[in-house]
Ligand binder design. Structure first.
Ligand SMILES: *Cc1c(COP(=O)(O)O)cnc(C)c1O
Length: 466
């Protein structure tokens, strides 16, 4: 080993020989080659912009550090963040935190072999493990159910029932962009299904669906819940029961994409009523699709419920294989749904616990944070503020829950928010009128101490502006 800076970076072989001489042991030495190449590529980039050469010993250490990082479980999961935005279903933060039972079920499923697709009685290949599907049947009254990787996949799979170059009828008011640039017409196009638009942007009546169906131009009607926006004013959307009656009279089926879907009545928590899969099936939908990680509150999944013959056709579709969930996810979904069946969703599912929280307990916590920030950090300029928590994640557009937050005056809100976003205890906060606001609805109470400590690290505004 030498500490004399080299004019050119060492060769991969030279670097590896130093690493191995340092006593690093791996069963597959090729893994080290890849890491050494990465370190040398970075060194060449540094040299290209005129930086001084790094000593060979330091380069070898960089390879060893990268090797150690691969053993650090914290680097294999998205960095933990305290969500103080109040947005309950934040798609960029991974939507719903899972119930404890779902976490345990997923880990247990991942730990060992299991009868995922093997029949215990015959010892041969059998039907896929169906605990999640059985729960869905029990919870929605559907004839059958199937779980896929997410709701966008459920949609792509379900519209395939129109057949290659078949058509689906959709209201112009429901040709939405789901999010992340995914648009309903494009999903249909990609599935090889022709789109027949009916009605207008603001008004579509059931009768608008009749002409293309009567002419035999389409065998599928697609309803899409306008989950991320609200229409007000001169607006009307077609009644599902009437549309289903027309569709069935002409031999067509109705696929209802609910987006979030909910298995509890959101109206009993002071929110607008989010349609439930059971209601939509009762109104005549043949298949209902919804997400596992929106208001269901579990792992990412696409949940499909409805007619037995249609679900059977979806299962046989080659695309179903491409969008099937992993065993750990399947276990997590089943565990989440079991909580609903046991009647404990508000107690045990984090998203419903947060929805059910009243403002008063949040106010008590906010007062505690104020007291601590004053005594620990000398911050006496904080205040308790009323805020609104949006549900988010493509559900209940425009709907909010009255919540309580802590407002922290700061010198620069942008800089303070950026500081809170990083570090070992990351906090995502809101900025309101130049102050940092922490909405406590989405913060588990055991993080309140961390919030106090991090508030203490923020720069106060200059005296004149207070
Ligand atoms: C969110 C949403 C989807 C997509 O669901 P993912 O589970 O995110 O794939 C599809 N349709 C509607 C109406 C939605 O709101």
């Amino acid at each position: 080993m030498t500490d004399v800076p080299a004019a050119r970076p060492p060769s991969v072989d030279r670097l590896l020989s130093i690493v191995l001489a340092n006593g690093v042991e791996v069963s597959e030495p090729d893994a080290l080659t890849g890491l050494a190449r990465d370190v040398l590529a970075e060194e060449r980039r540094r040299l290209a912009v005129g930086a001084p050469p790094t000593p060979e010993g330091d380069l070898a250490e960089a390879v060893e550090d990268r090797l150690a990082d691969l053993d650090d479980p914290l680097l294999t999961i998205p960095p933990h963040v305290i969500n103080a935005t109040g947005v309950l279903l934040h798609t960029n933060l991974g939507r719903a935190p899972w119930p404890r039972a779902a976490r345990l079920a997923a880990v247990a499923a991942g730990r060992s072999y299991g009868y995922l697709e093997l029949d215990e009685a015959t010892g041969r290949r059998g039907a896929r493990f169906r605990a999640a599907e059985d729960h869905l049947v029990a919870l929605t009254g559907a004839e059958d159910a199937v779980v896929v990787s997410n709701n966008a996949a459920a949609l792509a799979l379900a519209v395939g029932l129109a057949g290659r170059r078949g058509s689906a009828v959709v209201s112009r008011g429901e040709l939405i962009e789901i999010g992340g640039g995914v648009r309903i017409p494009e999903v249909l196009g990609r599935a090889g299904v022709r789109l027949i638009e009916v009605g207008t942007t603001n008004r579509t009546r059931a009768a608008d669906f009749e002409p293309p169906l009567a002419a035999g131009q389409a065998r599928v009607v697609l309803r899409v819940h306008p989950s991320n926006f609200a229409v007000s004013g001169f607006a009307e959307s077609a009644d599902l029961a009437e549309v289903a009656e027309i569709a069935h009279r002409h031999g067509a089926i109705v696929i209802d994409d609910l987006g979030s879907g909910a298995l509890l009545d959101t109206a009993s928590f002071g929110l607008a009523h989010e349609p439930t899969p059971a209601e939509r099936l009762a109104l005549g939908a043949d298949l209902v699709l919804f997400s596992g990680d929106k208001l269901i509150g579990g792992p990412q999944a696409g949940l499909i419920v409805g007619r037995r013959d249609l679900v059977a056709r979806l299962r046989r579709d080659p695309l179903a294989r491409a969008v099937r969930p992993d065993k750990a996810i399947l276990a997590g979904v089943a565990a989440t749904l079991a909580i609903y069946r046991a009647g404990r969703a508000v107690d045990d599912i984090p998203i419903w616990q947060m929805i059910a929280l009243g403002a008063e307990p949040l106010r008590v916590r906010a007062e505690w944070i104020l007291g601590q920030a004053a005594s620990v950090a000398g911050r006496t300029d904080l205040s308790v503020v009323d805020v609104d928590s949006p549900v988010g994640g493509g559900s209940l557009p425009g709907q909010v829950l009255p919540s309580v937050g802590v407002s922290v005056p700061v010198a620069s809100a942008m800089r303070a928010a950026a500081a809170l976003r990083s570090g070992p205890d990351r906090i995502l906060a809101r900025i309101v009128d130049g102050a940092i606001v922490l909405d406590l609805r989405t913060v588990p109470p055991f993080h309140d101490g961390t919030i106090v400590r991090r508030i203490g690290g923020l720069t106060k505004p200059p005296k004149a502006s207070r």
